[in-house]
Design a protein around this ligand. Structure first.
Ligand SMILES: Nc1nc2c(c(=O)[nH]1)N[C@H]1C(S)=C(S)[C@@H](COP(=O)(O)O)O[C@H]1N2
Ligand SMILES: [Mo]
Length: 182
């Protein structure tokens, strides 16, 4: 009986260990589960909601990032890119026009970038419009001289000054929400 109990105990421990080692949804997750984004919707605290297609985005001033290493939060370099071409997120937002209710209103705003697979990242209004970081946040439509492939876009957000550029490298970007915190 004692032997049977210790056998069951060992079996239980083995099962628990195996369970603990089951991979969770991290970088091992398959990446091709977003659908290509054909529009970037600008929503929330804007004068008028706008849907930018590729032509509307290309009508804004084009910018180039130059070389960007895409570095995951884990520290791994997942891609080395010579250049992303796109437009500044601040130019896109200004084109829609922030609905600013008084001198102090923008200070409470956060900018939320969403992708078709549900991936979400945030910026603050001050970070984008009142620090150097904002100058290098682009909504890109080209990588190394070519349109983004289906696994990436057709729109991708990149924040070139981030220490780890992976997290705010948003494939399949399709919404920018300006949110006024209460
Ligand atoms: N839409 C979307 N963008 C995403 C992710 C994601 O799951 N969905 N993963 C991020 C992560 S964890 C990293 S490290 C970078 C670079 O990963 P990649 O090589 O898979 O593009 O993309 C980021 N962009
Ligand atoms: Mo990552």
């Amino acid at each position: 009986m004692k032997t049977l109990l210790s056998y069951l105990l060992v079996l239980g421990l083995v099962a628990a260990t195996a369970h603990a080692q089951t991979p969770t949804a991290t970088d091992a997750a398959p990446r091709h589960h977003g659908t290509p984004s054909s529009l970037v919707h600008v929503t929330g605290a804007v004068k008028a909601t706008r849907d930018f297609d590729l032509a509307a985005i290309k009508a804004l001033a084009g910018r180039d990032t130059g070389p960007v290493d895409v570095i995951c939060a884990s520290g791994a370099t997942v891609a080395k890119v010579n250049n992303f071409r796109g437009v500044r997120l601040t130019d896109l937002i200004n084109h829609a026009g922030i609905d600013e209710q008084g001198h102090k209103d923008t200070r409470r705003m956060v900018i939320i970038a969403r992708a078709t697979d549900g991936y979400v990242v945030t910026f603050s209004w001050n970070e984008l419009f009142n620090t150097a970081i904002g100058k290098d946040v682009l909504v890109a439509y080209e990588k190394d001289g070519k349109p983004l492939d289906a696994g990436e876009g057709q729109f991708l957000l990149v924040s070139g000054q981030d220490i780890k550029t992976g997290p705010r490298h948003v494939r399949w970007l399709n919404e920018i929400e300006i949110k006024r915190e209460q």
